[in-house]
Design a protein around this ligand. Sequence first.
Ligand code: ADP
Ligand code: MG
Length: 650
Amino acid sequence: MTQTTEQRSFQAEVQEVLNLVTHSLYSNKEIFLRELVSNASDACDKLRFEALQDGSLLADDPELRIEIEADPEKRLLIIRDNGIGMSREEVVENIGTIARSGTRRFLEQAREAAAAKAGKKAGKQSGKKAGGENGAGGDSRIDENLIGQFGVGFYSAFIVADSVTLLSRRAGAAAEEGVRWMSTGDGTFTVSDIELPRRGTEIILHLKEDEDEFLQSWTLRSLVGRYSDHIGFPIRLKETEPADGDDEADTVEWNTVNQASALWTRPKSEISDEEYTGFYEHLTHDAEAPLAWAHNAVEGAQNYTSLLYLPAKAPLDFMLQRDERHGLKLYVKRVFIMDAAEQLLPHYLRFMRGVVDSSDLPLNVSRELLQENEGVRKIRAAVVKRSLDLITRLAGNEPEQYATFWKQFGTVLKEGIVEDMGNREKIAKLLRFTSTKDVAAGNVVSLEDYIARMAEGQDTIWYITADSLNAAKNSPHLELFRKEGVEVLLMHERIDEWMMGYFPEFEGKALKSVAKGDVNLGKDEASEDDDAGEMPEVLSRMKEVLGDAVEGVRASRRLTDSAACLVLGEHDMALHLKRMLEQAGQSLPDSKPTLEVNLDHPLLQRLDVAEEGDFEDWTRLIHDQAVLAEGGQLEDPAAFVARVNKLLLS
Ligand code: ADP
Ligand code: MG
C-alpha cells in the first residue's frame, strides 16, 4: 500500500527535546495520555471550527469523538480521533521540526532547570550535563509543566512507547491522501503515503517492556477520569467482557468514560473542586492548582458563561508572552473560536486564565469584529470586574494565598493603576508595599492599612521610590519621618515611580514622595523661621562651587543624621528612573536636584571655618556623598577617591 516512503532525521533540537522528555520523567509517566487526548480534543475543536465555513468536512461522520483502544497481545495502545487530521506536509512540520517557537523555548527552559538541579546536587555528585539522563526522577514537576506549556506534548508518547506510529488523513482529503509517520524516537522518522478509510488521526503506541499497566482497562479509565474528564468530546474506551461460557464470544463495548460535556456548561453545584482544578490543568498545562476561580452564567441582554482562574504561578514564559497573549479562550455556543485574551482582558490582567462562552455572538466572528462588537465590550467589562472581585475576595479571605498571588503578579497588577482609570480605586486597594513600620518583619501593607494607622492630622500618604529595597530603606530622606514616627512606604520596583506619576491620591489622601518638593509634616511651624530668613552665606558659597550640578543649595528640614541629600522638584522624575531611561538612550527634560544640607551636622560646621581650597573639597565631597546615598553614580569617581584621601590625611 505504501507509495512513497521517506526516511528523515529529526532536527537536532527536536531530538534533544525528545531525549529530555523521555529520560527525565519517571514519576508521572501517565501524563502522556493526557497530552495525546488533549491533542485529539484540539483536533476535534479545529474541525468543528472549520466546518462552520464548510459543513461537508463534518457531514460524513458528524459525531466528533476520541477513542482509546488497547491490544494486550501486541502490546499496543491506540488513541484515535475523527478531528481535523493532518496532511503529509503538516505531519512533517508539526512533528519533527522546530517550526513552532515553543520547542526552542522549551529547550532553553529545560536546560536552565536541569542546570539548576545539577547545581543543587553538586555537593553530592559532580554535575552531569543537561540533556542527558540526569536522573530528574525525584522532581518531575518542572518537566511536566514544561511539556504542556511549550507545546511539545506529542513527544511524551515516547515516555512509555518504544515506537510510535501516527496515521492521519486531513478532513476533506481523499482516502489515498493518508499519511503514515513512524519513529522509535532515536533520531529518525519515516513518512509514507497510505490509504486511509476515514479522516482524523490515530496514534499507535508500542509500549515498552514494563509499561503493561497502560493496557489495562481500569488504569485507562482512571487516567481519563483524572486528567481528561472535562474534555468536551466523548472519550470512548474499548472494553471487553469475557464470555460466560466457552462457546460464547467475548463481548466488546465502547464505553464513554468521561463527562463529555464542557465543564463550564454544567451547574456550579455539581462541579467538584477537583473537577475545576482538573479543567484548569487541561486549559493551562499548569500542574499547580489555581489559587481561586469564578464561574458565572449570565442571562439577560447578554448571554454568556465565564469561568475565570487565578493561577498560583506565572508560567515560565509569562514575560515573553507580552505580545502574544493567550489564556482566555472564546467559545460561541460551545464551539471554540479563538484565544481572545487581547479582546477580553486588559493587559494588566494578562495572568488570568479561563473560558468565555457566548450564546449571542455569531459563530463566524472574526478578530476584527470582536474589536468593534458592543456585546464583546460588555463581556470584557464584566470579565474585568469578575477578575478584580476574585482577587479582592482572595485578599480579604485568604491573606496567605494573596501573598503568593502578590509575589507572582503584583508588578503586573500595578500597571492597572495607569491603564485602567475606571477601576483605579479597586486596584489601589489590592496594592501592597513594604513600609518603614514593618520592613524588618518583611510584612507588606495596603494603602487602607496605612491610612488606618496614620496619626491624627496627617493628610498625606508618604512614600519613597528607589531602585532597591536597601536604597529605599536607608535613604537620608527618611530621617525626619523616622524621628517624627511617620510611616513611609518603601517602593523599590521599577514600575513604582511610573505608577506613582499617575496616582496622586487615594481615598482623599494625597500620595507624596519624601524625596520631592517640600516636606511639611505639619509640625514646628515656628521653627521654620530660621530657614525662611536670610540664607546663611555658606549655602551660597556651596552653590558657587557646585555650579550647574545642582538647582540650588538649601538648609534641610528632613535630615537629622546625614549631612546632605538630593531633593527633587514636586513633578520631577525620580533620579533612579531618570538614570535608567538615559541609559536606554532617551533624552529627558533637564531637571536638576537641589542639594539640601543639614546645618547642624559636624561636616557643615567644619565647612563654615574651612579655608578656600578645603571648602571646595568639602563641598564636592558632601555633594558626592548625597549622590551615592541616593544610589547614583559619581561623574568622576577617581577625583572623589583622591579628595577623600586628601581629607583623611590632612
Ligand atoms: P501542542 O498541542 O501544544 O501544539 P503537541 O506536541 O502536543 O503540541 O502537538 C504538536 C502539533 O501536532 C499540534 O499543534 C498539532 O498541529 C499536531 N497534532 C498533534 N496531535 C494531533 C492530532 N491528534 N490531530 C491533529 N493534529 C495533531
Ligand atoms: Mg498538545
